[in-house]
Design a protein around this ligand. Structure first.
Ligand code: ADP
Ligand code: MG
Length: 694
């Protein structure tokens, strides 16, 4: 343990290192930038850059990179050497303040959804000093935001930082009304990451896994997850070695990986870190995902991060635990005084109102081709957004809404608002695992995000919609004679108006979907259904109001979302067509030929024999081959049609309605053949083999 504590954060240019290595005036100037978001002076940047370089080189770094998150969602980096050749033939290692605070990647190769066409071809990256620089593979990585020269955000981090600022401003105003003088409020995130680990030797034989991250074929295994033995079960040695190395690598990078366990599905696991400030938590999650992939390859394993690698087996999600806090207080903690209770109720009601008013936006942040397979599939929350508050808090909320008969707002407030709220033990609040958005004691857990998703979008929306409700609150109570009464009245009205979003029952049932419809909640079943709501005037107005995304930036994200969706399904469709033609159909034919030969051989050996079993099998194989051929034609036609469609929404719709449907039919016949063709003749490792290894 001593070694771990010593190594924790050694590859991070963190506060401790800065204090040690920077002159005190520089440290103070930088700390101010970090805490208050003040711009960084170039003189200061020069000193910081020099110290950073010296530190990085001492830790074996040879290059630096601006590490950023383009709209593709993954991270990007371009490595530049510190090396600076001199006239006299020597070389020195240099790194300037300018290179630290600003970089110029070739922006043209990243998705921009038309922003660049409208504005400027070039983009630049700008240091986010609130997320520490770190060393990965001998490269000093500087977390940055990525913008166009005219200031449009070309990435996922910029809107997130803007949304954190927006919610901070509104929350500080709310706190001021409660008599608290706070300069900054931060949102916190703890991202629980699920993933699969399979053997590299199986992976290599599956083109579908290699090209699309999921299996496009595969009959159900003889044994699935019905025994429920994998969840929290003993971790197999290969996986244990992987997890140990992963933890150590993450700890060196200051990522506080805390919990690891097996998940419900065979080969499925989870890692949860300690929560931290949102933008850092998201940087850390992306780092974690990357390290999972690289560390796995050192253990003969492959880490699958797709939301649904195997049909019929639970998919992978990424729970987004979210809260809002001052330097020393979690604002979603009920606390034990009447004032902190009222403040808690205001923040609670603000979240309830936000989630109800902007269900569509939350749904959109988790919409992707991969996650479409998960939501509503009886293993993950449905596509309908609702909130779970738990029994105790639920009762408090019900009482606030209904009040005692005949009582005035004032007396209800005296009864409930002033009395001490129960402190919510996690065990009491966390029972409902089927809710998309659950209050779990002192935070909300948003359970819809998929395992591959960059959580920046979800948190950008969460922060912005909560900023909006807090602003509504401020407007409602400002100037009121009795602040507490006005605040309580707002809480009651907000909870009453938005109670339809609260649902404490089982979110996986069909009855709930019907009930949700009666309540008027949105059920946006797929990415294609959800995405158009990004352009709804109320949503565009929200982003403009809080300076999170202007109309062009928002539109670009709409285009990128649909374009990415179409591209992914196109790759899947093409991979499927290719694999069917080159592997599966030939395997069925070859096996049929083998069976036919057996029939003839038997008849030849003994004319009286009736090879009924082989005849039956041959007939099935023949029918299967025909069905595969027909289904393949339908898929190829659907692909050609979708590829020829221009409009971004119509194209995505064609992929959803026609290509996906054709893929499903083709899969069904191929999987049926998998069940009757001999193991030797079948060209792909099956679910039985992939999912159950030692
Ligand atoms: P689960 O039962 O879902 O595994 P845990 O209690 O283990 O839940 O916590 C899940 C995640 O929630 C962890 O990453 C944890 O750090 C995070 N978390 C706890 N408190 C907060 C908070 N105030 N804000 C954000 N995340 C939090
Ligand atoms: Mg969880």
């Amino acid at each position: 343990m001593g070694r771990i504590a010593e190594e924790y954060g050694t590859l991070v240019f963190n506060d401790h290192t800065m204090q040690e290595l920077l002159p005190s005036a520089t440290y103070k100037a930088l700390a101010k930038t970090i805490k208050q978001g003040k711009p960084l002076d170039i003189e200061v940047a020069n000193v910081v850059a020099h110290a950073m370089k010296e530190w990085a080189v001492a830790h074996g770094a040879t290059h630096y990179t601006h590490w950023f998150q383009p709209l593709s969602g993954i991270t990007s980096e371009k490595h530049d050497a510190f090396l600076n050749p001199q006239k006299d033939g020597r070389a020195i290692m240099t790194f300037s303040g300018k290179a630290l605070i600003q970089g110029e990647p070739d922006a043209s190769s990243f998705p921009s959804g038309g922003v660049r066409a409208t504005f400027e071809a070039r983009g630049y990256t700008a240091w986010d000093p609130t997320s520490y620089a770190f060393i990965k593979d001998e490269v000093l990585c500087i977390p940055t935001a990525f913008c166009s020269y005219t200031g449009e955000a070309l990435d996922k981090k910029t809107p997130l930082l803007r949304s954190m600022e927006a919610v901070s401003q509104q929350a500080c105003k709310v706190l001021a009304l409660f008599g608290q003088d706070v300069a900054r409020v931060t949102t916190t995130v703890g991202a629980e990451q699920e993933y699969f680990l399979i053997k590299e030797s199986d992976y290599e034989q599956r083109q579908d896994l290699i090209l699309t991250g999921r299996t496009l074929f595969g009959a159900p295994p003889c044994k699935g997850q019905e025994m429920e033995e994998h969840y929290f079960g003993a971790i197999r040695p290969t996986v244990n070695e992987f997890m140990k190395e992963l933890d150590e690598e993450l700890w060196k990078l200051g990522v506080s990986a805390k919990t690891k366990h097996n998940e419900v599905a065979p080969c499925q696991h989870e890692l949860a870190p300690m929560f931290t400030i949102s933008n850092v938590a998201i940087d850390h999650n992306l780092l974690t995902m990357e390290l999972m992939r690289t560390v796995a390859s050192r253990h003969g394993l492959v880490c699958l991060q797709h939301e649904k690698p195997f049909v019929g087996i639970n998919g992978s999600g990424k729970h987004n635990n979210w809260s809002i806090a001052t330097d020393h207080e979690n604002l979603l903690d009920p606390g034990d005084s009447p004032a902190s209770n009222l403040r808690f109720l205001v923040f609670l009601a603000a979240v309830v109102q936000a989630v109800d008013d902007y269900q569509d936006l939350l749904r959109i942040t988790v919409a992707s081709a991969g996650n479409d397979h998960r939501l509503g599939a009886n293993e993950a929350p449905p596509a309908v957004i609702s909130m779970f508050l738990g029994d105790e808090l639920g009762r408090v909320v019900d009482a606030i809404i209904s009040g005692e008969k005949g009582e005035t707002v004032d007396s209800v407030y005296m009864d409930l608002g002033v009395s001490v709220l129960p402190s919510f033990e996690r065990d009491n609040t966390d029972r409902n695992r089927t809710s998309p958005f659950a209050f779990t004691g002192n935070k909300f857990e948003f359970r819809m995000p998929g395992s591959q998703i960059n959580l920046a979008d979800a948190n950008t929306i969460l922060n912005t919609i909560v900023a909006k409700s807090l602003k509504c609150f401020i407007e409602a109570v400002e100037g009121a004679g009795d602040f507490e009464k006005a605040a309580y009245k707002w809480v009651r009205t907000a909870l009453t108006d938005h109670q339809r979003i609260i649902f404490n029952g089982d979110g996986y049932t069909d009855e709930w979907i019907e009930e949700a419809e009666r309540r008027g909640l949105m059920n946006l079943k797929s990415t294609v259904d959800a995405a158009p709501h990004m352009l709804d005037p109320k949503n565009v107005a929200l982003f403009e109001e809080f300076g999170v995304l202007n109309e062009v930036e928002n539109h670009s994200r709409y285009e990128v979302k649909l374009d990415t969706y179409s591209k992914l399904i196109n790759i899947e469709g093409q991979t499927m067509s290719h694999m069917t033609k080159r592997k599966i159909a030939p395997a069925v034919t070859t096996y049929a030929e083998q069976v036919a030969r057996t029939i003839n051989a038997k008849k030849k050996a003994n004319g009286d024999l009736k090879p009924k079993a082989e005849q039956k099998l041959l007939a099935k194989l023949n029918d299967g081959a025909n069905a595969i051929s027909d289904a393949l034609d339908v898929l190829d036609e659907a692909l050609a049609k979708a590829q020829g469609t221009d409009d971004v929404l119509a194209k995505a719709r064609a992929y959803h309605d026609e290509v996906l449907a054709a893929m499903e039919s083709l899969r069904a016949v191929c999987d049926e053949m998998e069940g009757i063709v001999s193991t030797e003749a079948w060209p792909l490792p099956t679910y039985n083999k992939i999912l159950f290894y030692c």
